[in-house]
Ligand binder design. Sequence first.
Ligand code: MN3
Length: 241
Amino acid sequence: MDDNVLYHGMDRRTFVASLISGCVIAGTGMFSLYGDSIAHASPEITQPPLPYKEDALEPYISIKTIGFHYGKHHKAYVDKTNELAGPAGLGSLSLEEIIKKTAGSAGQIPIFNNAAQAWNHNFYWQSMLPGANKPNERLTKMINASFQSYDNLIKELQNAAVTQFGSGWAWLVLEQGKLKVTKTSNADNPLVYGQVPLLTLDVWEHAYYLDYQNRRADYAKAVLDNLLNWEFAAANLPKDA
Ligand code: MN3
């Protein structure tokens, strides 16, 4: 075997010196060098724990849906991001950095899709909370300025959720100091448009099909009326917005 392959481009003397100084670690069936592993290591993107128990959003979202959605779909996006980002030289970046770095790059679509989906789901779980809560005074003023009323905002979010064609997301974002409702397709994400996401609603079929089958509107209404986490939205507002 070619030494250059085995030792990642280092000559044998450097390799042995690295071994002695403790800078070589055993990887999966082959040696990987420490310096090399900083540039190419698998990133350690982790799936944050759910902020509540799996049955906490019942009866609006069932424990069965959460089990599949968090335990299978979301986990798969995190795993795939870790699998793809390291070999692409993005191993030392945070999830948000991976998203921004790969957005719009034709050769990196699979990495972007998985990283953005991992991030979007992190954000989605936090966008919901069992038990009704309301926007604080600061957010209420901003909502009234942009939508005239809270009810109008909810109508716009409902409309975005229902009219998103195919898989995607409905969002409440801050753009140039004003609140705005948007929708994105598939994995796409407001971060790459310079917007600040405040809340999101997953409208992929896997988010609602077990509970609502084809009735996306009923799922959206149930979440918007009962589960929005306005404390999370307020915490996402920049201090100077
Ligand atoms: Mn989803």
